[in-house]
Design a protein around this ligand. Structure first.
Ligand code: IFM
Length: 471
């Protein structure tokens, strides 16, 4: 369905992007694949975590998800219909090395080979992510990311996946959203493996970064022609007004350090911010950082993936003893309620935050070319008479893509944009309750229906092609 209303918008918007700019969509293995016991797949920490009462809404899990494992051909046909030029997906480590270390499962590799061949035959360029949170459970049983041995296990997994599938994928991302993996998983207890241990969270953060660096070294030694990067989730941090500007500034700095600078300084500068070093010392995690680690972490990158959804608004408070796990190290930071409008996740909708973030990245760090590897929104969609009129999502996407255009015009080297997500899927602790897809999935029948936002996105990709046709 093409609305006449959206035509002028998409035409004008598409014309602001260079010819080679990629318009894609993103997914992640555990959120879409299902087939949790198929073809020798091992158990991941999310299989385990989802069974713990009270951790995931309705104790839902990814056993079936949207059955992409069996329906990938239909899903790739939808991508082609939407005119996507690129597709970001993730590889499930437990499908490739079910125990985390040891035997390689050929059937897992075969699945990704079939998927990638289908994607490429459709004229779509794949972007692979090695780790989107599905750590093999046997590794977690030995401490998971809090244990330095997981770095070596990940490096081998990267070597196997890249060695076997590298002929089909040119762009490789190591770790998706290390902040979530470390802090939500090991510090705040709301993601797998569900620990509330600041020391483990800081160790995990360091080991995730080290695993990224080692994997890039190893993959680059296999093939220098490919592109390698990492995907932090970055936020704008807005300083609120408590009446004490100095306290507010300190609070904003802390939020910015943990959310943004930790990952960017380490990977792009080879340093940790002073505040991170102080937290590592305070919580007994400093011994995780060995001499030479930061040089490994700061491998030259060919691409930086940026996941952007929203901004944080914070003020300073009198430090009080932490009562909630997420306050550890942030006892003087108060998160303000996000301003309206908000998405169904309660996140504020602030597209200018994306533009400002991109401009800041160029100003403050030696960034390689950037891809917006995730951006999107959950809303309370309704499928009525075969249609989903998700105009709030369409507006979210268009305003954020416009923000990217402004950053490009301001001189930031952005090469692509991936809507999160292609399909409605398993939204982690929220189960299937929150829908992010530009394609609706009926979880009872697995029927796919392109939402109005998806139709709009197709108009944009069509307009982009038309604008550059013959150039
Ligand atoms: O669904 C997640 C995704 O797995 C990682 N980035 C944020 C998305 C929305 O919460």
């Amino acid at each position: 369905m093409t609305t006449t209303q959206s035509e002028p918008t998409t035409t004008a918007l598409a014309a602001r992007f260079p010819r080679d700019f990629a318009f894609g969509a993103a997914t992640a293995s555990y959120q879409i694949e299902g087939a949790a016991r198929a073809d020798g797949r091992g158990v991941s920490i999310w299989d385990t975590f989802a069974q713990v009462p009270g951790k995931v809404l309705g104790q839902q899990n990814g056993d079936v998800a949207v059955d992409h494992y069996h329906r990938f051909a239909e899903d790739v046909a939808i991508m082609a219909d939407l005119g996507l030029t690129s597709y970001r997906f993730s590889i499930a480590w437990p499908r490739i090395i079910p125990e985390g270390t040891g035997a390689v499962e050929q059937r897992g590799l075969d699945f990704y080979r079939r998927l990638l061949q289908t994607v490429r035959e459709a004229g779509i360029e794949p972007v692979a992510t090695l780790y989107h949170w599905d750590l093999p459970q046997p590794l977690q049983d030995r401490g998971g990311w809090a244990n330095r041995d997981t770095v070596a296990a990940f490096t081998r997994y990267a070597e196997v996946a890249h060695g076997e599938l590298g002929d089909l994928v040119d762009t490789w991302m190591t770790i998706n959203e290390p902040w979530c993996a470390a802090f939500l998983g090991y510090g705040y207890g709301v993601h797998a493996p569900g620990l509330t241990d600041p020391r483990a969270a800081l160790r995990a953060a360091h080991h995730l970064l080290l695993a990224h660096g080692r994997a890039v070294q190893t993959m680059r030694a296999q093939d220098r022609a490919h592109r390698y990067g990492i995907v932090p989730n970055l936020y704008g941090v807005v300083t609120g007004d408590s009446g004490d500007p100095e306290a507010d500034r300190r609070a904003a700095d802390t939020a910015d350090v943990l959310q943004n600078r930790l990952w960017l300084d380490a990977t792009l500068l080879g340093t940790y911010p002073e505040e991170v070093v102080a937290l590592q010392e305070r919580f007994g995690a400093a011994d995780a950082v060995h001499h030479g680690d930061l040089e490994v972490i700061a491998q030259p990158l060919d691409v930086l993936g940026v996941n952007y959804y929203s901004q944080h608004h914070v003020i300073g408070t009198e430090p009080v003893p932490a009562t909630e796990p997420e306050q550890a190290g942030q006892e003087h930071v108060e998160q303000l309620p996000p301003p309206h409008p908000r998405t169904a996740m309660g996140w504020s909708i602030e597209p200018h935050g994306l533009r400002d973030l991109l401009i800041r990245l160029k100003r403050e760090w030696p960034v390689p070319p950037i891809m917006i590897t995730e951006n999107g929104a959950a809303f309370d969609d309704e499928l009525i008479d075969g249609a989903v009129h998700d105009h709030d999502r369409r507006d979210y996407l268009s305003s954020h893509i416009e923000a990217v255009a402004e950053a490009v015009e301001a001189g930031v080297d952005v090469r692509g944009y991936f809507a999160w997500s292609l399909l409605d899927n398993y939204e982690w602790a929220f189960g299937y309750d929150k829908r992010f897809g530009i394609v609706h999935v009926d979880y009872a029948t697995q029927a796919r229906t392109i939402k109005d936002s998806g139709h709009w996105y197709r108009d944009l990709t069509t307009a982009h092609r038309a604008h550059h046709a013959g150039t």
